[in-house]
Design a protein around this ligand. Structure first.
Ligand code: ZN
Ligand code: ZN
Length: 241
């Protein structure tokens, strides 16, 4: 893996939720940096602490994305969301709302102190949700400050393989989650890894470089790196074709 193998950026926040830059600025920055697409994924409604999007604001953002996609073509913005995995493993929008996104990243942001059994039940239910396309920062760890909740990585990766869900390698240098030691098992199971910046500003997008280094330690191939794929292939993955 090399940084210049990455064709697009998946998992970024804008001023719609807790990002510092507007959607337009984020998209223009990605296009100028040579990327073909941006999968924007602001926080969902349960993330009130991060200005998560109500259903009305989702609709507003989708209208803006449609306009920007006309202006910026062939660059493409995919309509994503980082949906909170609730305490019981459900996502925090109804199916009708979830169906309007191009892709859903399911992430745990609340009640992080939990047993492995509890964490597994939450994550497995979220992975099995038919709208989930990526599992965000699988353990929730913050390096040097917070241990992640305990999970059985093998069972999580098996479930992602069974449900064709990609796993994020969150490239924020304080996360690097999924840990690189699990990449070979993902590869063995044919599970996509997406090297995601989780950017909250245009500067944050360059964090993908750290994800590439971690991915290289795990011998991740370009062929199994989700955001090393073309717009058409990503669109097909999001549409489950
Ligand atoms: Zn997150
Ligand atoms: Zn995020």
């Amino acid at each position: 893996m090399q940084l210049n193998h990455l064709r697009g950026v998946i998992h970024a926040h804008s001023t719609y939720s807790d990002g510092r830059h507007t959607l337009q600025k984020m998209a223009e920055h990605c296009r100028q940096a040579g990327y073909d697409y941006l999968g924007i994924s602001d926080h969902s409604k349960a993330a009130f602490y991060a200005n998560g999007l109500s259903v009305e604001r989702v609709a507003e953002q989708h209208r803006e994305i449609d306009e920007l996609n006309q202006q910026l073509a062939p660059f493409r913005i995919f309509k994503g969301i980082e949906a909170d995995i609730l305490n019981d493993g459900a996502l925090d929008y109804d199916s009708e709302t979830l169906s309007r996104f191009d892709f859903v990243i399911a992430s745990v942001h609340s009640n992080l102190k939990m047993t492995e059994e509890k964490a597994m039940n939450r994550l497995l239910r979220a992975i099995e949700n038919p709208y989930t396309r990526l599992l965000g920062h699988p353990t929730g760890r913050l390096l040097l400050s917070r241990e992640g909740y305990p999970i059985d990585h093998r069972r999580i990766i098996d479930a992602c393989a069974a449900n064709n869900v990609a796993i994020e390698l969150n490239a924020n240098p304080y996360r690097l989650d999924i840990d690189w030691r699990w990449i070979d098992y993902c590869t063995e199971k044919g599970v996509w890894i997406s090297i995601n910046p989780d950017a909250h500003s245009i500067e944050g997008i360059s964090d993908m470089q750290y994800g590439v280094i971690a991915a290289r330690k795990g011998l991740l191939t370009r062929a199994l790196t989700l955001n090393a794929q073309s717009i058409a292939d990503i669109a097909a993955f999001f549409a489950r074709q």
